[in-house]
Design a protein around this ligand. Structure first.
Ligand SMILES: Nc1ncnc2c1ncn2[C@@H]1O[C@H](COP(=O)(O)OP(=O)(O)OP(=O)(O)O)[C@@H](O)[C@H]1O
Ligand SMILES: [Mg+2]
Length: 299
């Protein structure tokens, strides 16, 4: 069953087209990743889905209702973490959480307590006194403690430390296990990779890729730096090696992870003294694949 459907969504601010014919469909029970660089249009898309912004063209339905006209009805079943969390400065974190959870009707005291503990949040502080990361936690706990049918999370882990990032992932996996539907925007490819069934990539207001992670696997190459004792030969042409360069026994390239053992074996013939492999940042990936007008390289 389709929980949310965005059809040919276009949003203009004055003459400036921020979203251009966006199409997204979310099935019941899936975790859907929405990724793209700064200014790509993620938050604008999410605001349109929530009926905060009116689409210039196109249709958006959530639970089969119109995102703009039926926003009030829809919101009763949606939990939301905004991209830039600004809270009421004079309320405590705990009060803000209660407010949000009550707005959605179904509150569970024990779930709220569990999440506050899990995210290591002090709910008694005034919001103005929270750090950026702690403000983010307040918004997250408020959303996750709600019993919603759809969770719309706009870069929910921005400002969280790695420990909290893991806590967040656990919480999303629990929601998924409970059959909830989640729309998650993110910069962090590894986070999306861990959590999401399907992904859409947005760039300059256009969706340039949609599919399962398996289908998008060709975008996921590691940046590898290898140092050897002896001079390496015949590495440039190895399967799974791209953008190869060498400098004084240090070899840098992009690697298809599937070819790791073949590539490592080859280099080890020349005695590896150091091996570093870093997953591509989303930005690096965009730089590599999309600098020439948005087409994906086929190799
Ligand atoms: N109210 C507005 N008026 C004019 N332009 C806007 C408005 N809101 C957003 N934009 C423009 O729309 C584009 C997309 O912005 P948006 O906030 O949706 O990007 P984003 O993908 O969420 O970026 P980030 O990763 O930085 O959060 C940007 O160029 C932004 O300047
Ligand atoms: Mg944003």
């Amino acid at each position: 069953m389709s929980i949310m459907k965005v059809e040919n969504l276009t949003k203009k601010f004055g003459k400036f087209t921020v979203l251009d014919q966006i199409n997204i469909e979310l099935e019941q029970g899936e975790v859907f990743g929405f990724i793209g660089p700064n200014g790509a249009g993620k938050t604008t898309t999410i605001r349109s889905i929530l009926g905060i912004l009116k689409a210039t063209e196109g249709q958006i339905s959530v639970f089969g209702q119109d995102a703009w006209k039926d926003a009030v009805e829809i919101h009763k079943r949606v939990a939301f973490v905004p991209g830039d969390v600004s809270l009421w400065p004079n309320l405590t974190g705990g009060e803000v959480i209660d407010l949000f959870v009550k707005l959605r009707g179904n509150s569970s005291e024990s779930k709220r307590e569990m999440l506050i503990k899990r995210f290591d949040l002090d709910p008694s502080k005034k919001c103005r006194a929270y750090s950026k990361g702690n403000r983010q936690k307040v918004a997250l706990v408020a959303a996750l403690a709600s019993d919603a049918d759809l969770y719309v999370l706009d870069e929910p882990t921005s400002g969280l430390d790695p420990l909290m990032e893991t806590v967040f992932q656990t919480s999303i996996q629990e929601l998924k296990a409970a059959g909830k539907t989640i729309f998650l925007s993110s910069h962090i490819l590894s986070e999306v990779e861990k959590l999401c069934d399907r992904v859409a990539i947005i760039r300059e207001g256009k969706i340039i890729e949609t599919g399962s992670l398996k289908e998008l696997r060709h975008l996921m190459r590691n940046q590898v730096v290898i140092e050897t004792a002896k001079s390496v030969t015949d590495a440039r042409a190895l399967k799974g090696v791209y953008d190869y360069s060498e400098n004084n026994l240090v070899y840098s390239f992009q690697m298809d992870p599937k070819e790791l053992s073949t590539i490592a074996n080859h280099f080890n013939k020349f005695d590896i003294v150091n091996f570093e492999s870093v997953p591509p940042t989303l930005e690096a990936l965009f730089m590599h694949h999309y600098t020439n007008g948005g087409g994906v390289e086929n190799d």
